[in-house]
Structures are given as structure tokens and as C-alpha cells.
Design a protein around this ligand. Structure first.
Ligand SMILES: NC(=O)c1ccc[n+]([C@@H]2O[C@H](COP(=O)([O-])OP(=O)(O)OC[C@H]3O[C@@H](n4cnc5c(N)ncnc54)[C@H](OP(=O)(O)O)[C@@H]3O)[C@@H](O)[C@H]2O)c1
Length: 209
């Protein structure tokens, strides 16, 4: 698939690099091709290209958003997403690792409001980037789960094979308003690991009978 990445730092690069290795075409959607993260990404993976944000969206089948939440509104403002799937990898994190929107609404729903021409799907947020670089847990029978929320079924179906190629079990948890709960799962992971010293290579599993 043709995949565009707005934001190619820890999270964007981990996903883009993995999916490029699986045979997908990757472009970095940026209006600053000389930025620190773009330069670093192109040095680590020469198969990625760059395009302006609007050009990249026209080219791509799926667009990933992986910039700091505080930058999102300005980044998506006045961009025509042309009805494309926009994978929201961001987390609104406030002071003291709190929910940055006071737990009232998810960041994903805000992004959908700021980018009405996109089909927003929340994914790849419930772990640190370490588990996006490598999702293999070979000593366990089940794969780590990737919980995915969104209002548009086709957008989620587009994402499913990408999630699976990254090494995860794909689980559709319903509409975009479920993202608020994913964002709290993220805060749980972040507080456990970044604040309290748990090992970063730990993931959530889904079991059903
Ligand atoms: N770190 C994690 O473990 C983790 C896990 C899951 C989700 N997330 C979420 O994923 C998002 C990205 O996190 P990250 O750790 O990948 O951050 P990061 O390593 O700092 O990378 C941020 C990326 O966004 C770009 N960017 C920053 N400000 C921008 C702006 N105003 N306009 C356009 N681009 C801008 C940066 O480009 P420059 O080169 O110009 O700086 C860089 O490519 C955040 O929302 C975070 O909450 C993080």
C-alpha cells in the first residue's frame, strides 16, 4: 500500500520502517524536508521518500498522524484529506501524565472535528514506541493486541492487515468515542513504564472464550 506519515519521530518511524520492510511504499508528509526527524529517518531508511503534506495525502491510500498532540490542530488545519483514512497515533498528555483534555473527550474525536475530510481511526497508541519497533513475544502463544477504534468500517478494514503485519492481533473495539478509553490505557502504560520503572517491552493481551 501507499502510506504517508505526518510525523516521523519515535512512533512514526517505528511504524513506517516496519511496514516499509514488509513491502509498503512510504512517504514522509512534511513541509520541512530538512527537519531533524526527516533527515534522521531518511538516513536510517533510504527507501522512504518525502512529499509536501497535501501532495502526500493525494498520493497515499492511508495516512498516519504521529506528531505531538499540541501540534495537531495547526498541522491538519486547511488540509484536504480527500476522505482518506487518517490513523491517529497521537495521545493528548497533560501535566503529570494526566489526560490532556481533562477526560472529557478523546484526542481522536477532536482530530476528527479538526479534519472533517478524513476518516479518523485510533491505533498504535497504547504502547511505547519500543513495542512498535518490535512486537515479537515468541515465548508466548498469543500475540500482543492492538485495539483499534473508529467510526468508518472501511477505514478500519484498510488498517487491519497493516496491524497484523506489524505483529499484532487486530481487535476492533468499536466507534471513535472508544478512543477516550484507549487514551487512558495509554496513560496506564506510560505511568507504569516511564514513571514507575516497569520494563517497556510489555504489552496488553486479549483472551476470549
Ligand atoms: N513515544 C511513545 O512511546 C509514544 C507511543 C504512542 C504514541 N505516542 C504519541 O505519538 C506522537 C508522536 O510521539 P513521538 O514519540 O514519535 O514524538 P517525536 O519522536 O518527538 O516525533 C514527533 C514528530 O512530529 C514532528 N513535529 C513536531 N512538532 C511539529 C509541528 N508543529 N508540525 C509538524 N510536525 C511536527 C517532529 O518533526 P521535527 O523533526 O520537526 O521535530 C517529528 O517528526 C505523540 O502524540 C505521542 O503522544 C508516543
Amino acid at each position: 500500500m501507499k502510506l504517508a506519515f505526518i510525523g516521523i519521530g519515535n512512533v512514526g518511524f517505528a511504524i513506517a520502517h516496519k511496514l516499509q520492510q514488509k513491502g509498503h511504499e512510504i512517504t514522509i508528509a512534511t513541509n520541512d524536508p530538512n527537519s531533524r526527524s526527516v533527515t534522521s529517518a531518511l538516513k536510517k531508511n533510504e527507501n522512504m521518500t518525502t512529499r509536501s503534506i497535501q501532495d502526500a495525502i493525494g498520493w497515499a491510500e492511508v495516512v498516519f498522524l504521529a506528531v505531538p498532540f499540541g501540534a495537531v490542530k495547526a498541522v491538519v488545519n486547511e488540509i484536504d484529506f480527500e476522505g482518506k483514512t487518517l490513523v491517529d497515533c497521537t495521545n493528548p498528555v497533560g501535566p503529570g501524565i494526566s489526560h490532556g483534555l481533562n477526560c472529557e473527550i478523546s484526542g481522536s474525536e477532536k482530530i476528527q472535528a479538526w479534519a472533517p475530510s478524513a476518516k479518523v481511526v485510533k491505533a498504535f497508541t497504547i504502547y511505547g514506541y519500543e513495542n512498535l519497533q518490535d512486537a515479537s513475544f515468541s515465548n508466548y502463544p498469543n500475540k500482543p493486541v492492538m485495539l483499534v477504534a473508529g467510526d468508518d468500517q472501511y477505514a478500519k478494514e484498510q488498517l487491519k492487515p497493516l496491524v497484523e503485519e506489524m505483529g499484532y492481533m487486530y481487535k476492533d473495539i468499536g466507534a471513535l468515542d472508544q478512543s477516550l478509553h484507549l487514551e487512558h490505557m495509554t496513560l496506564l502504560w506510560v505511568k507504569m513504564v516511564r514513571r514507575d520503572g516497569h520494563h517497556p517491552n510489555f504489552v496488553w493481551g486479549y483472551m476470549e472464550r
